[in-house]
Write a protein that binds this ligand. Sequence first.
Ligand code: HEM
Length: 458
Amino acid sequence: MSPTAKHVNHELSPMRCPVTLDDVDLFGEGAQEHWYEAYEILHREEPVYRIEGGGLTPGTDAYVITKHADLLRIVRDPERYISLTQTRITAIADQDMSPEEAYETHHNLMQASMVSLRPTQELYIRHRKELTDPWVGTGALRHREMIERHANELLDKWIDSDEVEFISQFARPLPQHVFASILGFPHEDIPQLAEWGDAAVTPFVHGTGLRHEMTPEQAEEMIARLDGFQDYIYDHVTAKRRDPQDDMVSFLCDVHYEALDRKLTDLEIAGIVHAMILGGLETTQYALEEQAQLLCENPGMFDLLRNDRSKLRAFTEEGMRMRAPTHGLSTRMTSQDEVFQGVTVPKGSLLHLRFGAANVDEEEFECPHELDLDRDAVTRHVAFSAGPRVCPGANLSRIEQQVGWGVLLDRLESIEYGDDNTWLHQPGIMLGTLKLNLRFEKAADPLDLGTGRGKKRS
Ligand code: HEM
């Protein structure tokens, strides 16, 4: 049994803990509670795991990729291993629709703006470089102080008690506030934005199987819950075109997109905002929440980090390696016959990328279930994927996690598990616990309060 898994989870899951390859089911009800045990079996017995009939077209199969080296090979070569989203968007583009028509008919895809914005790899890279990097990629450092402020404000609300439900009081609202500030949306709109964010991730939470398929009812409900989101963004775009502020939406309204030698349309801006909200809220929430659990499970770690902030970056990276938020988020299609780990994978197969499994591959990471702050090249995990399609918000999330923990370490003396935790993870293909009660001691003498960077104690 993997040392990372809490025994209690096995008792709560409706699914039996896998013992042999035949028991492995990564997608059934309660599978999340056994993912790490399943990965151990897959790594040992079938690291390229065939799901018969799991491909996109009848007679084709899907393959679950669990090894770090295979996963890197795939994500680094987007021409050879084609993104499923890209395939769908190309299919829409091939129908000769305008982006507006495509949005009307396929708006559950919601990245309809990509029809005009990123049909090729080159445009995809320029989209990132010119449009998102300045705010959530290379330019994300500028948000440090804003993130510290939000983290401190959240902490102010519960610092004088001795127990907190960490997800609803910190891990979830921090990225929400950060996003509202970056996009330039009023903070009082956060409950509504959160509802739209939750609706947008419906396929990843409530979809089934490796393609996150929704029933027609689920799709309808998702569209109904998203009602008003597009108009909300358009209203802000109109207001910011009139009266620009220092925020990402104003930037997108004004920027001359060199790749297409023109400005962006409202629909394109809405597509980018939607992608940011879809990608950036729950993921960082799960990272923070799993890191809190790692601190509870590793006695001495909280104190060590309090006293030596130079280790904080390694801690957050190890946290994302050991408990990746994104276990089965991405898929690719093979454009030719391939061989992985001696297994022949025919052209036209679906590759289901298991970032969480690759991150605990023993061949890449010695003692993968140990939280090792001195691990070589601590960022070589693939929680954010890698290659040209690596997560565009990775930098922002890394800063949110480091600043968030910096503030918590400044103002808290210790944390431990509180009472009444259910330990259960949400369904779907992300790793996120639903509730996390923590008991904590407030620091008698807060360290370097307000900077989040802390002082190295002597
Ligand atoms: C711990 C936090 C996060 C994790 C683990 C994570 C992970 C990932 C992964 C694995 C992918 C898929 C890449 C691929 O298929 O190769 C992805 C895509 C994406 N992420 Fe993140 N992400 C995080 C935070 C964020 C944030 C903060 C943002 C926004 C600022 C964001 C925006 C996106 C977007 C827009 C995509 C889709 C890119 C595309 O169209 O290819 N993510 N992320």
